[in-house]
Design a protein around this ligand. Structure first.
Ligand code: 13P
Ligand code: SF4
Length: 319
């Protein structure tokens, strides 16, 4: 629409005049992803978002995603201004892992190496030995296992169980979950697989183990995207946030994409699985924050220095 086009023009100019770049997650609105692509920003999974921000020359990064992604950018680049369209966009995993309880849990198990998912607060990261994202979680834990280490894992229990199964690592699990991915249903997915016999099933590992067990590919958002581009199948059943369909369809226009069921048999829809916090990012709020700079991510510098250590370990890790 005309209004959208005007907003996009305004945002492009603001980005230029403020030497700012957009860093967007695959689950955000297609308009934001398009704008990020067009303006030399980044659209990716959470690991690549962190890598991009850490090296980019822009003075300001506008992180379109959820709070932990903004905090990670700030920790890795404390000298940069980190804005977000809204500071209200959080994550159920972050909420479900408050620092006081988490720290007490770690204190009870001092012999374990503390590995936390990137979907956590700066304070939780600062208490950890390792930070990982879904794209390297299995590799890091397998590496720790090979060194004879036992692991304390937080906060996603489903991802934790999946890593445990893949790596054989000794892991003590926190009981958090993602409100979006925990809704995927194994029985209904089995029914759908019977309807689309030739389809490949792609699953994000925040889904329950009964669902990942039905997958042809389990991986981070960018790993699932690559599977759609590179695998020979024509049809894909996708168990992750509906935001991903924008890039999947763009990168593989002739493939058929079907949303995995979040409810009983027959009830599939493209917008069922969508993170309410990712959905808070829009063109209007992006324009507003570039104008007003009122949604700035700040991390206590001392805490940031502590959290930087396990984050840097993640960025330096090569499987
Ligand atoms: P990715 O690292 O796979 O992008 O996952 C981040 C996330 O929040 C998934 O829900
Ligand atoms: Fe958190 Fe789930 Fe939303 Fe990702 S999709 S940001 S894990 S609540």
């Amino acid at each position: 629409s005309e209004r959208k086009a005007a907003l996009k023009r305004e945002i492009r100019e603001l980005l230029k005049s403020q030497n700012a770049a957009i860093v967007a997650h695959y689950y955000t609105d297609g308009d934001l992803q398009e704008l990020a692509d067009e303006t030399g920003g980044c659209v990716s999974d959470s690991l690549e978002m962190a890598r991009f921000g850490a090296h980019h020359e822009a003075e300001t990064l506008v992180v379109c995603g959820v709070k932990f992604m903004g905090e990670t950018a700030k920790i890795l680049s404390p000298e940069k201004t980190i804005l977000m369209p809204t500071l209200e966009a959080t994550c159920s995993l972050d909420i479900g892992c408050p620092i006081e309880e988490f720290s007490a849990f770690c204190d009870q198990h001092p012999e374990r190496t503390v590995v936390v998912y990137a979907n956590t607060s700066a304070a939780v990261k600062a208490r950890a030995d390792w930070v990982v994202t879904s794209s390297i979680a299995v590799d890091v834990c397998a590496h720790l296992q090979s060194e004879g280490k036992s692991i304390l894992w937080a906060p996603d229990q489903h991802l934790g169980r999946y890593i445990q199964q893949k790596s054989g690592a000794d892991m003590l699990l926190w009981n958090g979950s993602c409100i979006v991915h925990e809704e995927f249903k194994a029985e209904a997915l089995k029914d759908l697989k019977r309807v689309y016999e030739d389809a490949a099933v792609l699953v994000h590992p925040e889904s329950p183990l009964a669902v990942t067990e039905l997958a042809d590919v389990v991986g981070s958002t960018s790993q699932l995207l690559r599977a759609v581009r590179e695998r020979p199948e024509q049809t894909f059943i996708v168990a992750t946030d509906a935001g991903i369909f924008y890039k999947m369809q763009q990168q593989a226009p002739d493939k058929v994409l079907i949303a995995a069921p979040t409810a009983g048999t027959g009830a599939t829809c493209r917008s069922c699985a969508h993170c309410p916090w990712m959905a808070m990012n829009g063109l209007e709020s992006l324009r507003n924050v570039l104008l007003n700079k009122d949604q700035e991510i700040l991390v206590d510098p001392e805490l940031g220095r502590k959290a930087m250590i396990p984050l840097q370990r993640m960025l330096d890790f090569r499987p």
